[in-house]
Design a protein around this ligand. Structure first.
Ligand SMILES: [Zn+2]
Length: 373
């Protein structure tokens, strides 16, 4: 999700930027001598996201100016949201825990009014801790992902980024790839182990958007088509940043439904509340980043009707960031040790979350409606 620059430690970033700049100048010189192909060497990783490479990107570079705008903006908007919610009637936290499947899902019932759950200090602190860990984890793998991205761009098969509509194309391409990245993170347990942290809160507010995973490198490959198609790493990174920032505001209960034409095309707070729901009919739905049209095209769209029960099908009940980040990886390791035969061991890694050799559901989900409790 960001402009080629993320938020992170500044010294290594500056050196990397300088190195890239020099390399860029060398490439442009040699390019003008012997090649007609436009080459714009980018100063950063394609999928760089200062906060959450939704998918696996890494913070490519640090831009203090960008950080000076984004971080205070997070603080101000969260404070404003908390203030708005404070004056709204709120439902009791956990009041849906004992709800029946029908109460959570019955499509024949009229739509519920939006009644927020609100903020809770330990929950918000845990989310901010996850953001901090995300930045550190991404910085740690930056060298590797940066090399991969540059390698992909050097081996590009087209120059889509060089056209007049290059950046618009980059935004659309990222959003399309993000849909699949997000969907696969829900459908493959190893990838879900990374993404589950983002769904681990039983509340839903702007701080939930910052509850970012620590192993995004697992899906870094999903976005490699972008540099391979000729979107420069810088342009790709920028598309990722904008995509990420767009998704920040949809993590709120302060905004109800928007006008129908907007809800029809864009990912909105209403659509994304559904994505964070553990209600049976909300599982594995609404993967969109910016445009909800991908879910409509690929059959994963679900409108918000019933009150959303946020969190996992089986909540982990912790505010410890380490546990939030790695509990599913630990569970996978335990299941692999206990499984007999290669097929079963692989099933625990690459099967759907909740997959078991016997076919009975287990784990934190998400799983398909038909198998959810
Ligand atoms: Zn998700």
């Amino acid at each position: 999700m960001p402009g080629p620059r993320g938020l992170g430690p500044s010294v290594p970033i500056c050196r990397a930027a300088l190195r890239d700049k020099l390399r860029s100048m060398r490439i442009r010189r040699s390019s003008s001598r012997r090649s007609k192909r436009p080459i714009t060497q980018a100063p950063s990783s394609p999928h760089a996201s200062p906060i959450h490479p939704p998918s696996g990107g890494t913070p490519a570079a640090i831009d203090p100016k960008q950080a000076a705008i984004i971080l205070p903006a997070f603080v101000i908007t969260m404070a404003a949201e908390a203030l708005v919610l404070k004056n709204r009637p709120k439902r009791t936290f956990g009041d849906l825990d004992g709800a029946t499947r029908d109460e959570l899902s019955d499509p024949s019932l009229p739509a519920d009014p939006l009644v927020p759950v609100g903020y809770e200090t330990r929950d918000t602190v845990a989310s901010l801790g996850m953001l901090a860990g995300n930045l550190v984890a991404n910085a740690a793998v930056f060298g590797l992902t940066h090399r991969i991205d540059r390698w992909a761009y050097r081996h590009r098969v087209a120059n889509l980024g060089s056209t007049r509509f290059g950046f618009t194309g980059a935004m659309m391409a990222w959003d399309f790839l993000y849909y699949w990245d997000h969907r696969w993170m829900h459908e493959v347990r190893l990838l879900w182990a990374n993404h589950v942290s983002h769904h681990s809160s039983e509340r839903y507010n702007l701080s939930t958007a910052l509850r970012q995973p620590w192993s995004g490198i697992l899906t870094h490959w999903v976005f490699l088509p972008m540099p391979l198609l000729g979107f420069t790493p810088a342009m790709t990174s920028k598309a990722g940043l904008y995509n990420l920032l767009y998704q920040y505001w949809v993590h709120t209960e302060a905004i109800d439904r928007l006008p129908a034409p907007v809800e029809a095309v864009m990912n909105t707070a209403s659509h994304h509340r559904v994505h964070h729901g553990a209600n049976p009919q909300y599982l594995d739905k609404n993967y969109a980043g910016i445009f909800i049209v991908w879910d409509k095209l690929f059959g994963t769209f679900e409108p918000e009707v019933r009150k959303v029960k946020y969190g996992l099908t089986k909540n982990i009940d912790t505010f410890n960031p380490m546990r939030i980040a790695y509990h599913e990886f630990a569970d996978i390791a335990r299941d692999i040790r206990a499984a007999t035969g290669v097929r079963n061991k692989l099933g625990h890694i690459f099967g759907r979350p909740g997959w078991t050799p016997s076919g009975r559901r287990a784990g934190t989900g998400p799983v398909t409606v038909t198998t959810a409790d």
